[in-house]
Design a protein around this ligand. Sequence first.
Ligand SMILES: Cc1cc2nc3c(=O)[nH]c(=O)nc-3n(C[C@H](O)[C@H](O)[C@H](O)COP(=O)(O)OP(=O)(O)OC[C@H]3O[C@@H](n4cnc5c(N)ncnc54)[C@H](O)[C@@H]3O)c2cc1C
Length: 400
Amino acid sequence: MALDFGLSEEQRQFQVLADRVLQRFAGRREELKRMILKEHRFPQELWDAFAEAGFLGALIPEKYGGSATGLLSLALACEQMGAHGYGSALMVLTAMDTACIVRNASEEMKKRILPQIAQGKLKLCFAVTEPNAGSNTFRISTVAKRTPDGKHYRLTGEKTFITGADVADLMLLVVRTTSVEECKAQGLPKAFGLSLLLVDPKSKGVTLTPLPTRGIEGFTQFSIHFDDALVPVDSLVGEQDAGAVALFTSLNPERILAAALACGMTKYLLQKSVAYSLDRKVFADKPIGTHQAIQHPLAELQIELEGTRLLTYQAAWGFDQGLEPQQVGYYANCAKYKAAEMAIAAADRAIQTHGGSGFSEDMGIIYYWEGARLLRTAPITKEMILNYVAEHKLEMPRSY
Ligand SMILES: Cc1cc2nc3c(=O)[nH]c(=O)nc-3n(C[C@H](O)[C@H](O)[C@H](O)COP(=O)(O)OP(=O)(O)OC[C@H]3O[C@@H](n4cnc5c(N)ncnc54)[C@H](O)[C@@H]3O)c2cc1C
């Protein structure tokens, strides 16, 4: 790769703009955080401000109303969001679905959907996980069958842990149009038969049941049942039965943006920790921040942040440059792995620096522990990333 560590003028402007937009809410941070943490609602006005600043159009070509500034720009915006103490899972999910639509959908679908996403009018969620298929996507059994008149898909099955399905206007749904058994019988690989559909979660035959889950503040997770729900055939994104590649390449932006949010979260926690440690006096008149035992772990995190941020930018840059999805996938996985472990360490260190106040709901640090810890498990687990790196980078045998 080319070694150019500078951001383009456009990317730098995007970063500054993101910061400015978030500064506008600085005076109302406590009120907004209360809405997110206590009422489990993500403020619409924050979403509108992100849309107005062009975050949601970053991956969309100009001819569909986007700014096409790219994933690195969006990662910079997400990092700023994290650095201001926010995170929006639905923005990450909308962005990953957008990347999938841009690269795989029909011209008609792009014209119909993309301008509305760019304007912030459409929120999108993503549904792949099922009760019997989390890490092993090929095992999903939600089925979409064409109706005899060829006009609809009939959906049956169940998804679980689906974030924001109640507030999303559309859901990028991963289904099987050919079952694993049919693939086996026809001598086809199990990667065959996956398809992607853009479905309205409020459609008839689709039932959302809230799941009491922690880890993503401001949004609820749902289990979703499909009981003979009918969706029009033009909901298909890409080719029927050939959705695997589109799906796996769309997971890269999700991992990269999750890593960017984690970098921002780490910065936020570091800032909070430093400020508290310079204020809190325990022995004599010396703030706790004068002790190396408090300083050094924070300094280590700062160094970790520099490296993880570079890895995240490299992954986003690779996506924007159109590198091979496997290459982008490697860096996206590495970035997400490092960022998750770093954010967990940052949350742990912030709690320790704050003493008992680290557990105070009013102080708010403890919520970041859950958010950071989730990243070791979702959107992909730490173990599946290590499996991937061992198999694909180190060329070691697949263990499962
Ligand atoms: C708060 C939250 C929000 C979520 N939002 C969404 C969403 O919006 N959309 C969506 O589709 N999903 C969502 N998920 C689901 C999430 O992506 C999955 O939980 C995650 O991918 C892990 O799948 P699983 O829970 O089925 O774990 P499993 O696959 O059952 O794994 C359990 C454990 O076994 C380990 N393991 C499994 N196989 C292997 C192996 N071969 N080698 C080593 N270790 C292995 C895993 O790493 C893990 O530690 C969300 C989950 C949570 C908790």
